[in-house]
Design a protein around this ligand. Structure first.
Ligand code: C2E
Ligand code: MG
Ligand code: MG
Length: 846
């Protein structure tokens, strides 16, 4: 739009006063040749229509002229028409040259500035027509003026808009090129902003100079690198078709030869009647983002190859958990093809117990898109087996390329199974598959916590098989294992719902009884347990009948470990009281147990600090009363110097295993003493040493005995080892061999406390027993109880028949000695002949 500079009003005013034109006489005005024409002219109020003389003096003045320019007809009559021109134009002689042009050309038209009477300017469309008569003589000029000032104002606004547009265009970060579109749909470059000039490498003035012309052809290629002709370029296409084109990617190697990538939009510009008048073509340099994107796409390609070939399963879910994509590995884990799952919920395939967890996972990544959440859940394979997956979920909803939740799952079944196996190994006994001690304690702790809340008691049954060792020793370990399995099975059958059972060690089992309303219920269970165990078991074709002892403890706020200890204490009591029974823990047991622990401590100290002493009691021949030997009887000296009798500590020594070192000390002490007596020639023929069952089971007993004999220079026959009935009854092949080997050393074997074990002597014949000692309880009843006398008589008879020496223990009175002598008993031992005492107190042999 061409806008003329508005002339200065002052100037025009000044100019007017300086006008050289002179006024013309007014009388010449108003002569109309044709009345109608005059009316017409006067009626054309929008137009100023005036006639001027060939020299330019105003001849006529219509009403339109008055309204437009402010002068009345009389005021302007005869004045020179240059009066209406701005001063500068008058000065340059334009008014007269306009007339000359009109005279020459017949007509002169222009749009230009004119001056009103009040000095204000108006923008006018002016046509000056030369008026000639029929002979061609110039009679004057007609001038028709139209006020365009108002239009001009809108033009100015447009111009301002144009300026604004220009500024806006400049502020845009992208290159903008505007094209005009001509009638045959050709785009014609109009202008561009400086960003466009920068991008295209043409300076703005040169670019502006190209307006209206076609731009030079650039070597533009499309996204695929194919050269494009000018008519293929988006703005040309839009100009031709009227269709916008978006995000058109093209490349151009610029003037400096460096390849750049551009993205363009082309948009038609429509006027108010929707006719396309131009095209806006935008250019953005996307080289960097495009190259980054290409790199990303290459990476994406690599990643998708990874996903496609990975053994991990990758699924893309929508917000509802519906599978949009599943990688090929899906087939192996789930047993259905990925395409079968697309469009359906993934979590349908999750193990029912884990589905809630899976849904929580989805909710979490939806809620916190930046978090990467990992959990483990189970899925069920088509064939029904369960797989463990480690699942990571990530929210890629905002990622254009993915647009979903990515669930990556790694099959960790083997790891879980291995870990499970380890946990099982740590928690379960492999032989019986029962929980072990640590799992029991775990459960017990939980039960106790629950019991504290509910106030309902918890009980423990500590079960130990009686004489299980014999099964192991007699039938072998496989049989022992077999028996344990059967027992485990039977015990399991006795459980009430909610109760549990564990195997602690060897032949020890524990039943954890929940919800005990009263003690009787545990006793009933204990009785049932015993009944189930005593049923004969067939193992490797042999029928075994087992039995068990049971210790029962009921929680009264004690900890798990304490409760287990209490049940163990009760068990100990049950064993102590003859096995095959149950005992309920009470405080006294605890005291007993405490006492035993104290005793054990005393025993250890005594062993360590040489406070084990051995007393000797003479054994005499009957009826002479001549001393033929002695029995070594052990005592301890406690911290206060008091003598502790063996009945107080031998059981503890046996339980704790301390009987082994203790027994050795006694043996060695006795033998050293016996060696002295022999060299003293005091006639002490033999020393008897008590041997506990546990010692009999040590592998090196024979070599230990031999070592002591050798050390003391004693023949084996100077030593008698006293064994109890139970020790022999519980003996095995190997202990029997031990006994035989001992006799091989010349050592004499005595059967101690005979009669208390209720075993038949005949049964004991298989052992190389040379001496039988009648228990003192029978001797005690000799002259009072007929039964006791009969027993003593029978034993003596049988001993004689079997060629054994019979010793009567606990002979306190002459009467007992006399009766024994009459019954044919050859040896006696008792207070009558001497109490046990230190070696030096031993009476002499004669
Ligand atoms: P035992 O082997 O039967 O020993 C005889 C016990 O009877 C001794 O008791 C002895 O003092 C006691 N006694 C002897 N004559 C009489 C009597 O006329 N009247 C009464 N009332 N008692 C008499 P002690 O010394 O208390 O020993 C008890 C048990 O301790 C022994 O019974 C034996 O089984 C065990 N014992 C003693 N020393 C040892 C040892 O060194 N090793 C092992 N394993 N056991 C031992
Ligand atoms: Mg004895
Ligand atoms: Mg005895």
């Amino acid at each position: 739009v061409d806008v003329r500079q508005k002339p200065n009003v002052e100037d025009s005013g000044t100019q007017r006063t300086q006008s050289k034109l002179t006024d013309e006489p007014s009388e010449e005005i108003g002569v109309a040749s044709d009345e109608q024409l005059r009316l017409l002219i006067d009626g054309a109020t929008e137009h100023a229509i005036i006639m001027v003389s060939p020299e330019g003096s105003v001849l006529t003045w219509n009403d339109g002229a008055r309204r437009m320019k402010g002068y009345s007809a009389s005021e302007v009559a005869g004045k020179h028409f240059s009066l209406f021109y701005p001063a500068a134009e008058v000065q340059s002689g334009k008014p007269l040259s306009d007339l000359e042009t009109a005279a020459r050309e017949g007509m002169y038209s222009e749009q230009g500035w004119r001056v009103r009477k009040d000095g204000s300017l108006l923008w006018a469309s002016v046509t000056i027509t030369a008026l000639r008569d029929s002979t061609g003589n110039l009679r004057g000029f007609g001038e028709v003026t139209r006020d365009l000032t108002e239009r001009l104002q809108s033009v100015e606004e447009v111009a301002k808009l144009h300026d604004d547009q220009e500024r806006i265009l400049e502020t845009l970060g992208e290159g903008i090129v505007l094209y005009d579109v001509n009638v045959d749909g050709k785009a014609c470059f109009q202008r561009a902003n400086s960003m466009a000039s920068q991008l295209l490498g043409v300076d703005l003035p040169s670019l502006k100079a190209m307006a209206g012309r076609s731009m030079p052809q650039l070597d533009i290629c499309d996204a695929l690198g194919k050269p494009m002709s000018r008519s293929d370029l988006p703005y040309a296409v839009t100009a031709r078709t009227g269709q916008p084109i978006h995000d058109f990617l093209w490349q151009w190697s610029g003037y400096d030869g460096s390849k750049r990538w551009f993205s363009s939009n082309s948009q038609p510009v429509l006027d108010s009647s929707n006719v396309m008048t131009g095209v806006v073509f935008s250019i953005v340099d996307v080289t960097e983002s495009h190259e980054a994107r290409q790199a990303l796409e290459r990476a994406h390609g690599r990643y998708s190859a990874l996903v496609e070939h990975s053994s991990d399963v990758t699924c893309v879910l929508d917000v509802d958990g519906i599978v949009r994509y599943a990688s090929p590995a899906y087939l192996a884990v789930y047993g259905e093809s990925p395409s079968q799952r697309v469009g359906r919920p993934l979590f349908e395939r999750v193990h029912p117990e884990d589905q809630a967890m899976a849904r929580d996972l989805l909710a979490l990544v939806l809620e916190k898109p930046d978090d990467l959440v990992t959990i483990e859940y189970r899925v069920v394979h088509e064939k029904g087996d369960v797989r463990y997956l480690e699942v990571t979920a990530a929210n890629y909803l905002d990622d254009e390329a993915i647009g979903g939740i990515v669930i990556n799952s790694h099959d960790v079944t083997e790891r879980v199974v291995a870990a499970d196996r380890l946990t099982r190994a740590a928690m379960y006994d492999p032989l019986t598959d029962l929980p072990n001690r640590s799992l029991l304690l775990d459960r017990l702790r939980q039960s106790i916590t629950r019991a504290e809340r509910t106030g309902i008691g918890v009980g423990l049954l500590y079960i130990d098989l009686d004489r299980f060792k014999r099964v192991n020793d007699c039938l072998g370990h496989l049989a022992g294992d077999e028996l344990l399995k059967v027992v485990a099975h039977r015990l399991r059958d006795q459980l009430r719902p909610g109760d549990s059972i564990a195997r602690l060690a060897g032949d020890e089992f524990v039943i954890l009884v929940e919800n005990i309303d009263d003690v009787r219920s545990t006793q009933e269970i204990a009785e049932r347990v015993r009944q189930s165990i005593v049923q004969p078991v067939d193992i490797h074709g042999q029928s075994i009948s087992a039995d068990c002892s049971i210790g029962i403890a009921i929680s009264d706020g004690s900890t798990a470990d304490v409760l287990l200890q209490e049940a163990d204490t009760a068990l100990y009591r049950a064993k102590d009281r003859g096995r095959g029974r149950w005992e309920i823990y009470d405080q006294d047991m605890q005291l007993d147990a405490q006492r035993q622990m104290d005793t054990e401590l005393v025993l250890r100290h005594a062993l360590d600090s040489d406070r084990v002493v051995v007393h000797f009691q003479p054994i005499v021949a009957l009826p002479s009363g001549r001393c033929v030997g002695s029995e070594a009887l052990v005592r301890l000296i406690d911290e206060n110097g008091r003598l502790v009798p063996p009945d107080d500590f031998i059981p503890v020594a046996e339980d704790s295993g301390l009987i082994i070192p203790l027994g050795f000390q006694v043996l060695r002490h006795a033998c050293l003493q016996q060696a002295k007596w022999l060299t003293d020639q005091t006639g002490k023929l033999r020393v008897s040493v008590n041997l506990s069952a546990r010692q009999l089971h040590t592998n090196d007993l024979v070599s230990v005995v031999k070592g002591v004999l050798d050390e003391c220079g004693l023949p084996g026959s100077a030593l008698c080892l006293e064994l109890t009935e139970t020790a022999l009854i519980e003996s095995t092949d190997s202990t029997q061999q031990t006994v035989r080997d001992l006799t091989g050393l010349g050592v004499i074997i005595a059967l101690d406390d005979f009669g208390t074990g209720m075993s038949s002597l005949a049964h004991l014949r298989q052992f190389p027993i040379s001496i039988v000692k009648i228990d003192r309880s029978f001797v005690d009843g000799l002259n009072r109880s007929k039964g006791d006398t009969e027993v003593v008589k029978a034993v003596i008879g049988l001993g004689q028949a079997l060629g054994m020496e019979v010793v009567a223990e606990g002979v306190e009175t002459e009467t007992q000695a006399r009766i024994l002598g009459e019954l044919g008993c050859s040896r006696a031992q008792g207070f009558l002949y001497g109490k046990p005492g230190p070696a030096h107190e031993m009476i002499s042999a004669d």
